[in-house]
Design a protein. Structure first.
Length: 264
């Protein structure tokens, strides 16, 4: 039960991580919407700087001052037909006058804005962004750390479970660890009983052949290391499922050809 709960928690953590890192923030969506609007209205080459008629070197103070200048002509109180344009000018000014939002805008202006499709849930990228590789790296490392923690928890759980079972067997040993005591064990009521031997404090299970004895001990469980985590295991798994299969088939074919030549 504990192992199942741990795996479920791992999957939930992975899903949450992927959702958080790949979701656009409210500020990003606000920027995308405005850029999408002005691109449809004024052409694909338009940007906030061109819309405000300023250079990308303008300071926050200059940008704010520029809006007051534009207001003389485009404020809706003076000319109602410019109401929508003024809303866009005002929002573009707010974004560029804020250092954090301006950095976000400049990043997408340089690397490309996402497309919009309502049927696909809103904004999305058709190509991989530079930031995506950083995000994927973060997710990969985070998943690996979580996976390693889960391996350690599973290991400790297995050790406790086996030690508890050994202690139960020893409690039924009436030789006080100085002799040999045979016991039978059933994991479930419908299972066939398995034979156990408690010999000088050690617990052994008798295999199906009735002769082989296997020591039951927490020491038989391998302690997980960082090399057992997803960080190292996942590349190997991916290789075996893709390129590794191709090479294995090639080697098998070459082996068959070699065997055929020898026979001839």
């Amino acid at each position: 039960m504990l192992t199942t709960d741990i795996r479920s928690s791992f999957l939930i953590c992975v899903v949450c991580l992927m959702t958080v890192v790949f979701a656009f923030s409210a500020q990003e969506v606000e920027i995308f919407k405005l850029q999408n609007e002005i691109a449809k209205r004024y052409g694909e080459t338009i940007d906030f700087y061109k819309l405000l008629k300023i250079t990308n070197k303008a300071t926050s103070r200059e940008i704010t001052k520029n809006l007051r200048k534009l207001s003389k002509k485009y404020h809706p109180d003076k000319n109602p037909k410019y109401r929508k344009l003024y809303e866009r000018l005002n929002l573009a000014t707010q974004i560029l006058a804020d250092d954090t939002r301006r950095k976000t805008y400049d990043y997408y202006l340089k690397n490309g804005f996402p497309d919009y499709d309502f049927s696909k849930g809103g904004f999305f990228f058709n190509r991989v962004q530079p930031k995506t590789w950083i995000i994927l790296s973060f997710v990969y490392v985070a998943i690996s750390v979580i996976h390693y923690i889960i391996l350690r928890l599973q290991y400790k759980s297995d050790v406790r479970r086996i030690q508890f079972f050994i202690n139960q067997c020893k409690d039924q040993d009436d030789t006080s660890g100085l002799g040999e005591k045979r016991l039978s064990f059933k994991q479930h009521e419908e299972d066939e009983a398995k034979e156990l031997i408690v010999r000088f404090g050690d617990v052994y299970i008798i295999e199906e052949d009735g002769k082989t004895e296997t020591l039951i001990s927490p020491d038989t469980i391998s302690t997980p290391t960082i090399f057992d985590s997803a960080f190292f295991r996942l590349p190997g798994w991916f290789y075996n499922k893709t390129i590794g299969k191709f090479f294995d088939r090639s080697l098998q074919k070459d082996g068959k050809k070699l065997g055929t030549k020898k026979d001839n």
